[in-house]
Design a protein around this ligand. Structure first.
Ligand code: G6P
Length: 610
């Protein structure tokens, strides 16, 4: 079975289609891919299919001057099974070369479809996508169906557990894109005399700021001056457009060598943006009162997330418990989806997801909705799937995050959780919430972050001295510092491929300390009064066994030989600062090794398969 996170772009009604497709695919590079392809048709009987393995630049180099057209589709494919190859790359086409299709997702029943309907048909690739395009062709050619009807018939045959975003082209109606989605993201970009579709608005921002949602179980027919949406029963659906006021350059690297560094640097500005959006002049949170009322009824908060978002949840749980007194649990979405614990009577669910598209998290949300439990999605992407499907949404306002390793989305998640925790706490008249001067504190955090991002040279030299050679490294801490240790270790392993673990520092001696050898890097995070002395003792234990120790310590707990000193802020908010040096240590370790910081091997930014 082939699995994809893949990026899709389609356009019709402009002779710039080739460059729009290529630039759009570049904007979707963050999704991860290992091959790319485009198909364009010039409406006068000429069409072109180009696919290349590897980076988009290979595809670009293969495009000769005669390749042009006014309608086209493009795709970046990310394979976990099966080698990336030109034949497996999209667009796929029917044997008579009439239909061309790009697909993001997994067709779970493709083998059955192939056996049942396509015996004797010769296949060029190993993909489930090719089965779909051959099947559409069969229904059109042999059963004389029109293309839309054949497309619908195939969509109905696709099993419910499948996921897809499809854009189909037919040589007989070369100005038309046939579009459908289920679980995988896809939206329409509305232009003047031309229209687009893509997996993410970011891929279309250069052409338009006006968009239209596509819902699951709809077919959208996109022509240069017309967008027609129908449901699977043929009913025409009216859909309002919406505006995304994001500047296309917000997704540009500018003078930065990598997006990750730009995104780390943006964190002080993101903190200020969150203050502007969520705290009024008096510092009171501005949060939907219905949301607060709904959480007020809850006897327990369940935070669900994957990867970095899960780590942000661990930090947030402590804020919810301390500021609201509501017991809070944090779960990895892929675990919770299949091993649900015994639930409290009145749960409230918070989904943390930068992209709003993570399939593991969505699986939980679908189930939560079935049970009738209330939910909030905290996400960076307006109108994303998890945002649309939860009862409430709070946006991160972090601007597009392109690097695979998440940085500003993590700190934005922690800050928005703080806003929400304070808002609920005040609503419940919990004294600690009223005392918590979040506006002032986030101001201190922004200044502190700025000082940390300005100390890059120091972090670069620490990274090169301690982290460039060893194969293993450990981050340790207790309580909230342990939560940050988990995130810090994830950053390091994701982009520098150093095997890094985050440990509860008291737990090291119960087994893991056996791994400490001469010069094994151990990075201690110390920001909490109650546990500072204990973590220092744990660091002594590893020093005695030869470890190279680096410390990240909050100012009032610092000692003369600490490596990195963080400005003092409220103990609930120290993760916003302690994570920044860890992000930069990961960045410089990766950079020092000459790796592709933004696009680490085997990883994708948005994981839309389970
Ligand atoms: C992928 C990304 C991670 C991210 C995780 C959850 O694995 O590589 O950086 O933390 O997905 O993504 P989400 O969009 O739900 O926060």
């Amino acid at each position: 079975m082939e699995m994809r996170m893949c990026g899709i772009v389609g356009v019709t009604g402009t002779n710039q289609s080739v460059s729009i497709l290529i630039e759009g695919l570049e904007r979707l590079e963050y999704r991860g891919y290992d091959s790319a392809g485009i198909y364009v048709n010039d409406q006068s009987g000429n069409d072109y299919l180009v696919k290349r393995v590897g980076r988009i630049v290979n595809l670009k180099n293969a495009i000769t001057p005669e390749i042009s057209g006014s309608t086209g589709i493009g795709h970046t494919r990310w394979a976990t099974h099966g080698v990336p190859s030109e034949t497996n790359a999209h667009p796929h086409f029917s044997n008579d070369e009439r239909f061309y299709l790009v697909h993001n997702g997994v067709i779970e029943n493709f083998k059955q479809l192939k056996e049942e309907y396509l015996s004797g048909v010769e296949f060029k690739s190993d993909t489930d996508t090719e089965v779909i395009v051959q099947l559409i062709d069969r229904f059109v050619v042999e059963y004389n169906m029109d293309t839309q009807a054949a497309f619908l018939k195939v969509l109905r045959l696709v099993s419910d557990d499948s996921s897809y975003a499809f854009v189909l082209m037919d040589r007989e109606t070369p100005d038309t894109l046939f579009v459908a989605k289920n679980k995988s993201p896809l939206l329409v970009g509305v232009g003047d005399g031309f229209n687009l579709v893509a997996s993410d608005a970011v891929a279309m921002l250069k052409q338009t700021h006006t968009f239209m949602e596509i819902q699951d179980q709809e077919i959208v027919v996109v022509k240069p001056a017309e967008i027609l949406i129908t449901d699977f029963d043929g009913n025409e659906m009216k859909r309002d457009t919406f505006q995304v006021e994001m500047d296309a350059s917000a997704a540009d690297k500018g003078t930065y060598p990598f997006y990750m560094l730009k995104e780390v640097d943006e964190q002080p500005a993101v903190m200020r943006k969150i203050v502007q959006n969520y705290l009024n002049e008096d510092g009171d949170p501005v949060v939907d009162s219905q949301l607060l009322e709904s959480i007020k009824e809850a006897d327990r908060i369940y935070i669900i997330g994957a990867g970095t978002s899960y780590h942000a949840g661990l930090v947030g749980a402590k804020m919810f418990e301390q500021l609201t007194n509501i017991p809070t649990e944090v779960h990895i979405s892929s675990e919770f989806a299949y091993e649900q614990p015994i639930m409290s009577k009145k749960p409230f669910f918070i989904f943390l997801t930068q992209s709003g598209e993570t399939a593991d998290s969505r699986e939980v949300l679908v189930n939560v909705k079935k049970q009738g439990w209330p939910s909030l999605t905290i996400t960076n992407v307006p109108k994303s799937t998890l945002s649309r499907e939860a009862d409430y949404t709070m946006l991160l306002h972090a601007g597009p995050e392109i690097a695979v390793a998440s940085t500003k989305a993590y700190t934005a998640q922690v800050a928005v959780e703080a806003v929400l925790a304070k808002a609920i706490g005040e609503y419940l008249k919990h004294p600690r919430a009223a005392e918590f001067d979040l506006k002032h504190q986030l101001g201190l955090v922004a200044v502190g972050m700025q000082a940390l991002v300005d100390s890059k040279e120091k972090l670069e030299s620490v990274a090169s001295r301690y982290l460039s050679k060893p194969r293993n490294a450990f981050y340790i801490g207790r309580g909230t510092d342990w939560s940050v240790a988990l995130e810090s270790a994830l950053k390091l392993k994701e982009i520098s491929y150093v095997q890094a673990e985050g440990f509860a520092s008291g737990e090291l001696k119960h087994g893991t300390i056996a791994l400490i050898e001469s010069q094994t890097p151990v990075i201690g995070i110390i920001t909490q009064d109650r546990t500072a002395g204990l973590t220092r003792s744990n660091l002594q234990e590893v020093i005695s066994r030869g470890a190279s120790v680096i410390t990240i310590v909050t100012k009032h707990l610092a000692q003369t030989d600490d490596t990195i000193v963080l400005p003092d802020v409220d103990p609930l908010l120290t993760p916003l600062l302690s994570v920044v040096p860890a992000q930069l240590l990961a960045y410089y370790t990766s950079l020092g090794k000459g790796l592709d910081v933004d696009k680490p091997r085997n990883l994708a930014k948005s994981v839309t398969v389970q």
